[in-house]
Design a protein around this ligand. Structure first.
Ligand SMILES: [Zn+2]
Length: 258
């Protein structure tokens, strides 16, 4: 593992992390490393709990800490040891992805994100399924201009299929990617996308049983470009604020565990 000092743009340098390099390949800031491997749904501290008044069941940790919850949902625990072991290019680190996505940071260097970059095939699939003008949901944080050439060269999906840049009117945190626990057997289902409070498809009972592994945002008012210089900014960010009901759903005052 070697370090270099990332993008040359002075603005990005202020907040960018030193890039981690493994066998000549830059490892994105949000990628997981083998030392961080964690079967998050197999965590022995996970519990299914029942609200003593409402009877509503929710997932929790036996030794839960405030930082285990964000956006009104429980998050899978992973060690934080980037640079140690081998990179897992296809796997995202739960906390780093969430932190970078929440602030619109660059997924490669961790600095300030400047543009939404999407593989052309992914964009074509979206147009087929959702149609032009529909909101676009993604778990891929933006990228800074300095990291675009690196991503285009190094990411297999981007290298093979080219890519587009999205000019976006507004974007907002809207959901999580994660696993929903069965309220009776406590078995976790397959990975799925789950709406947060205030987003289309929100289901309080399902969110209470969710163990999250990634943050999703929704982009709206999208124009597509092949030249990143045609994109002036990430767009206006609409904030996500927990409402009284989502707070209550996340942190019941009375609990009985088993
Ligand atoms: Zn960057």
């Amino acid at each position: 593992m070697n370090l270099d000092h990332g993008p040359s743009s002075p603005e990005s340098l202020q907040s960018a992390q030193p890039r981690l390099v493994y066998k000549g390949l830059t490892v994105p800031y949000i990628a997981a490393w083998s030392s961080e491997d964690s079967p998050i749904t197999g965590d022995p501290d996970l519990r299914l709990r029942e609200h003593v008044v409402t009877g509503a069941r929710h997932v929790a940790y036996a030794d839960e800490r405030p930082e285990d919850r964000a956006y009104g949902v429980l998050w899978g625990r992973m060690p934080n040891s980037p640079g140690i072991g081998q990179p897992r290019f296809a796997s995202l680190h739960t906390a780093r992805q969430r932190e970078v996505m929440a602030r619109g940071g660059c997924q490669v260097c961790g600095g300030a994100g400047e543009v939404w970059m999407v593989p052309a095939t992914v964009w074509a699939d979206y147009l087929d399924v959702r149609g032009e003008g529909a909101p676009y949901d993604t778990s891929d944080p933006p990228i800074c201009r300095a990291c675009i050439p690196l991503a285009a060269r190094q990411c297999p999906n981007l290298r093979q299929h080219s890519f587009v840049f999205l000019s976006v009117r507004k974007w907002s945190v809207s959901g999580v990617r994660g696993y929903v626990g069965d309220p009776h057997t406590f078995d976790f289902g397959p990975v799925r996308d789950i709406a947060l409070h205030g987003a289309v498809g929100y289901d309080a009972a399902r969110l209470r049983l969710t163990l999250a592994k990634g943050l999703l945002v929704t982009l709206r008012g999208i124009a597509v470009h092949t030249d990143p210089d045609r994109v002036r900014s990430l767009g206006r960010r609409r904030g996500w604020e927990p409402t009284p009901s989502s707070r209550q759903a996340a942190i019941p005052t009375q609990r009985a565990g088993w």
